[in-house]
Write a protein of this length. Sequence first.
Length: 253
Amino acid sequence: MRTANPALSDKAFSNVERSGPPMTLSGTVNKTAMLLALSLITAMVTWGMAWESIQAAENGGEMNPMLMPLMIGGAVGGFVLALICIFKKTAAPIVAPLYALAEGLFLGAVSAFFEIRFPGIVMQAVGLTFCTLMALLMAYRSGLIKATENFKLGVFAATGAIALIYLVNIGMRLFGFEGMGFIHDSGPIGIGFSVVVVGIAALNLVLDFDFIENGVEYGAPKYMEWYAAFGLMVTLVWLYLEMLRLLSKLRSD
């Protein structure tokens, strides 16, 4: 049951009592769609605010004072809610929708800033994200890709390495250093790094599929549908952001 996604770890089913209606695959899919819809609703709010702010700035006005607080609040709030959901799985039916709403606030603003600089990039990133999701799902269901123990360990180690690189880079910047330039560089090394990160994020989807399938076979309780949907969305959000980063590098002068 190992997965690099912290929300869908090998301990997710520990101390889970099998009582009441069991978790189903269709239920998990439906709840994932609901979370995506909720994030889209709030994303449209900050998306519109970002565009209005840019237009106002071009005409000598000021940015909407609520934009940045909503964007930062969505990111921080999403992180806090994710931690709550991970450590209190039974709260997933309430916390997962709140997480989706918070992430939407962050994603809408970030997407708008990318779109303003690189027109058309958001639709490309969304399309690539969901094409990757469907392609890996079909490969998993057909048996072309199998979540063996070695496969899980490899993805887990690679994901941990990426997380460590990002954390070290953030720490360096906080203490006044330049950080690791290749993370944001649009040259061959920077693009190659983003390609690797996108690949690792995509492979995490396979582990998430395996987790959900095992949960259904285990007969996990109904609230685990929300928890599994939340975990899958965590991976999708990461993959989408890395797609944006990669495409922006490819389109940079």
